[in-house]
Design a protein around this ligand. Structure first.
Ligand code: NAD
Length: 489
């Protein structure tokens, strides 16, 4: 595995185009593949948040007055800069998050695709106009909200900020970004590159910190809307707190995604897809297959999944998990399931990668005969672990999927159109896959789950995000005095 021991400069806040040190204490940023400290991040004060919000409001009149076709030119240039710097951006993601270089490259490529979508927004948001009575026309336009906030998790330091920044900004808003304090360095590069692409100062501001600054964002009277991506526990807090302060809020939470495997599924394709889905990004994806519902006689596919899983080796084609605490939590889930009677077929506990003994690695793990009442079947494990639950038929499998509190993704592997159709209709999840292990809808389709995987109306990306980041202005116009007088006059 290629590894850099590089240390990055201390992370600062970014306010009105200037990297500004915080007055408050700092936290260490750790490379989870090595355990080395690579940077530090400030836990900003509420006063520093005020400065960022003021900077954003100062930038708003000029930015929102710029025609959208002009605004997106900056994102065309930004996209080219990301393409040119793909490897260095990916290296940084890999260093602060622990994922492999290939996964980090795929992450930055997704940021590029999200930016490409924002460049298409002028084509999508042209308003509506109709002559509603003689000589009177009504027009509807999308207007920006003002200053908005985006709060991000640790698992995609580059991509998740791109779920919100390009669309919200292209639509005319100014933003306060609060990156995860565990992976704050990528956001610095995002700010630098957007500035290089021509983004005016104050349009994007970054305020670092943890719980306390998130609460301050939810309470701040100068912030119109809050988008959040993270765990369900925190999503609920942020949603309740922001909306009780009369803000618009969209809060994406955690997940427990089910893959239903039927006996007629293509053996090799299913096995490689399931193994990749559960272990990609070390299982730290909100779209990861975490529970497999094995319907009927699928032992041949389970055997193949184990074979595929053994080809996934920590430190080679599998990255680390984010912290020592995460590694311990994941291993605890495995041990508890085993104690409760589940059978560990592939065991990823107690992994050490030679030369990287300080890193936090968990190997791919496959556990069979998990029952729906076990914690590992119900809770988000967020590690490279597949819990296999046996079901006698498809009805029972769907019941198991439906019983989850979450609802991000659900997939089915089968060669039967009828069975696939049944899962498409009955699964209680926002994103469904048929013979696809990670059913992320690509742009222009929007991303978002159901149930406790998302709070708020609409989705965070794609066309759906237009409604979240804008408000509608409806104007009725009459210039001709001879037009008939009616109730509208
Ligand atoms: P997290 O909820 O711990 O943190 C997310 C953000 O909230 C961070 O910026 C953090 O500083 C802040 N925060 C943490 N605790 C807080 C508190 N008590 N009050 C206020 N703010 C707080 O999530 P994480 O561990 O960084 O990320 C992993 C989680 O994110 C997983 O549950 C994963 O499923 C979820 N996730 C969901 C999606 C999705 O699309 N639904 C996408 C990515 C990640």
């Amino acid at each position: 595995m290629q590894e850099t021991k590089s240390k990055y400069p201390e992370v600062k806040n970014y306010i009105s185009g200037i990297f500004t040190p915080s007055d408050n204490e700092v936290m260490e940023v750790i490379n989870p593949k090595t355990g080395d400290v690579i940077s530090s991040v400030p836990l900003s004060t509420n006063k520093e948040l005020d400065q960022a919000v003021n900077a954003a409001w100062s930038a708003f009149p000029g930015w929102s007055a710029m025609p959208i076709k002009e605004r997106v030119q900056i994102f065309y240039r930004y996209k080219t800069l990301m393409e040119k710097n793909l490897r260095s951006l990916a290296q940084l993601v890999s260093d602060e998050n622990g994922k492999t270089m290939d996964e980090a490259i795929a992450e930055v490529e997704k940021s590029i695709e999200l930016t490409e979508f924002a460049c298409s927004l002028p084509q999508l948001i042209s308003g509506e106009l109709l002559e509603v009575s003689r000589g009177v026309e009504c027009r509807v336009e999308h207007k920006p909200l003002g200053v908005v906030a985006s709060i991000a998790p640790f698992n995609f330091p580059h991509m998740v900020p791109h779920w919100t920044i390009p669309n919200a900004l292209a639509l005319g808003n100014c933003m306060i970004l609060k990156p995860s304090e565990q992976v704050p360095v990528s956001s610095i590069r995002i700010a630098e590159m957007l500035r290089e692409a021509g983004l005016p100062d104050g349009v994007l501001n970054i305020v670092n910190g943890d719980k306390q600054i998130v609460e301050a964002i939810c309470d701040h009277p100068g912030i119109e809307a809050v988008s959040f991506v993270g765990s369900t526990t925190v999503a609920k807090i942020v949603y309740k707190r922001s909306t009780s302060n009369l803000k618009r809020c969209l809060a994406l939470g955690g997940a427990k995604n089910h893959i239903i495997v039927l006996p007629d599924a293509h053996q090799d394709m299913t096995a490689s897809n399931v193994a990749a889905s559960m272990s990609g990004c070390a299982g730290q994806r909100c779209m990861a297959a975490s529970a497999m519902v094995a319907v009927g006689g699928v032992d041949h596919i389970v055997a193949k999944i184990c074979e595929e899983s053994k080809k996934i080796v920590p430190g080679q084609n599998l990255g680390s998990v984010i912290t020592k605490a995460a590694k311990e939590r994941i291993e605890r889930y495995i041990t508890e399931a085993e104690k409760a009677g589940a059978k560990v077929l592939v065991d990823g506990r107690n992994w050490k990668v030679e030369g990287f003994e300080g890193g936090f690695y968990v190997g791919p793990t496959v556990i069979d005969y998990v029952t729906p009442d076990m914690a590992i079947a119900k809770e988000e494990v967020f590690g490279p672990v597949l819990a296999i639950i046996r079901a006698k038929d498809l009805d029972e499998a769907i019941k198991i999927e439906n019983s989850s509190n979450y609802g991000n993704a659900a997939s089915v592997f089968t060669q039967s159109g009828g069975h696939a159709r049944m899962v498409m209709e009955k699964a209680s999840a926002g994103m469904i896959g048929v013979n696809i292990g990670v059913p992320v809808p690509r742009e222009p389709f929007s991303f978002g789950g159901w149930n406790e995987s998302k709070f708020g109306v609409g989705d965070i990306t794609g066309k759906s995000s237009i409604e979240f980041w804008t408000k509608l202005k409806k104007t009725s116009v009459k210039w001709n005095p001879e037009a008939r007088t009616n109730w509208m006059s």
